[in-house]
Design a protein around this ligand. Structure first.
Ligand code: NAD
Ligand code: AKB
Length: 319
């Protein structure tokens, strides 16, 4: 019987991953936690705790008391926000991971999931079809913390036998929870602004192509990786996964098919430099080979689903 702890359940990924894990493993077997309250659905649908992952004693207590076997550690400060508070963000991103890995070692947890990001790559990385193994010289606080995190996963796996699993998520697009302060957030905001106001001012240039993925594909990939046989996995650091690559002009044209009067303008800010240092597209052949990674959504069917879902919320007065 698995007992799962989700850390950061109130965030963009946690708010959907927690519900899917509860569907699979049973509500009472998935303990949701965050430093702040989560959605009503999460807090009332199963166990929920306010937990600061930076407090190793509270974390130990929660894990031991609930006889946790797996942790999904999602708490982090994302790329845009991390540039505003570099040292505090480094501390949160790294201390939290080390607290979780230490617990994994001490309590011999079965598996730990921790997400990495396309931010591990930098301006010297090949930007088209970025390989799994390549030059990695990130120049953002967030990217440096993700690269260091990947190294720590490998260290705990090799040295202490902790089963660490990770994905380098591209920018994730979803319609349940706001995006958490990243560089790819424009691709979420644009849908809300299109439906609410019919226009959007984009903080990236029109031709900034980045790798992205719709949340249902990311949730499926995460659970597929966690459920894969250990013997099939050749990476204990982090897998590249590819979704769909597009730029602001392309997503805007797709939105116009549903909202013909939609207009976009461009006012790049500090996040442009971050985006310019990231890949445009990702080679995920290792994830396909090791655990059969696949996706369902491209730009067209993702946009249709985003527009329909957000329009419905808007019509019901939920936005
Ligand atoms: P998010 O910012 O939406 O959510 C993070 C959650 O962690 C928040 O609910 C926050 O309250 C919580 N948190 C912060 N500090 C905490 C602490 N000290 N203790 C407990 N909880 C704390 O982020 P997200 O988009 O859901 O991302 C989750 C993970 O996935 C992060 O590691 C992020 O780097 C990674 N990732 C996300 C994306 C993306 O596009 N969303 C892409 C690549 C990687
Ligand atoms: C961000 O933009 O910071 C995240 C990511 C790609 O890691 N969405």
């Amino acid at each position: 019987m698995e007992k799962i702890l989700v850390i950061g359940c109130a965030g963009q990924i946690g708010s959907e991953l927690t519900l899917e894990l509860r569907r699979i493993y049973g509500n009472s077997n998935v303990i949701a936690s965050d430093i702040k309250p989560a959605s009503q659905e999460i807090m009332e649908g199963g166990p929920f705790e306010i937990l600061d992952v930076l407090d190793p004693h509270r974390l130990f207590g929660t894990v031991a008391r609930n006889k946790i076997t797996q942790i999904y550690h999602l708490a982090a400060i994302l790329s845009g926000n991390a540039e505003k508070k570099p040292i505090a963000s480094w501390n949160i991103n790294m201390t939290s991971l080390l607290n979780v890995l230490e617990l994994g070692r001490e309590l011999e947890l079965k598996k730990i999931f921790w997400p990495s990001s396309i931010a591990v790559f930098g301006p010297t990385t090949p930007r088209e079809n970025t390989p799994q193994y390549t030059v990695m010289e990130p120049n953002t606080v967030y990217g440096i913390s993700k690269l260091a995190g990947e190294r720590w996963l490998e260290y705990y796996s090799n040295k202490f036998g902790v089963d660490t699993r990770s994905i380098r998520y591209p920018g994730l697009i979803s319609n349940k929870t706001e995006a958490g302060g990243g560089t790819t957030d424009y691709a979420v905001e644009i849908y809300y602004e299109a439906i609410k106001h019919g226009k959007y001012e984009c903080f990236l240039n029109k031709d900034t192509t980045l790798p992205m993925m719709y949340m249902p594909d990311a949730i499926k990939a995460t659970i597929d990786l966690m459920e894969a046989e250990k013997s099939t996995l050749s990476s204990c650091t982090s897998y590249n996964i590819a979704g769909v690559s597009f730029n602001p002009q392309e997503i805007s044209s797709e939105i116009k098919k549903h909202i013909p009067n939609f207009s976009i303008s461009y006012k790049p800010d500090f996040r442009q430099a971050i985006a310019d240092s990231w890949p445009k597209s990702i080679d995920d052949s290792l994830a396909k080979k090791d655990w059969n990674h696949s996706i369902k959504y491209d730009l067209a069917n993702m946009t249709k689903d985003m527009v329909d879902t957000i329009k419905e919320k808007f019509t019901k007065g939920l936005l």
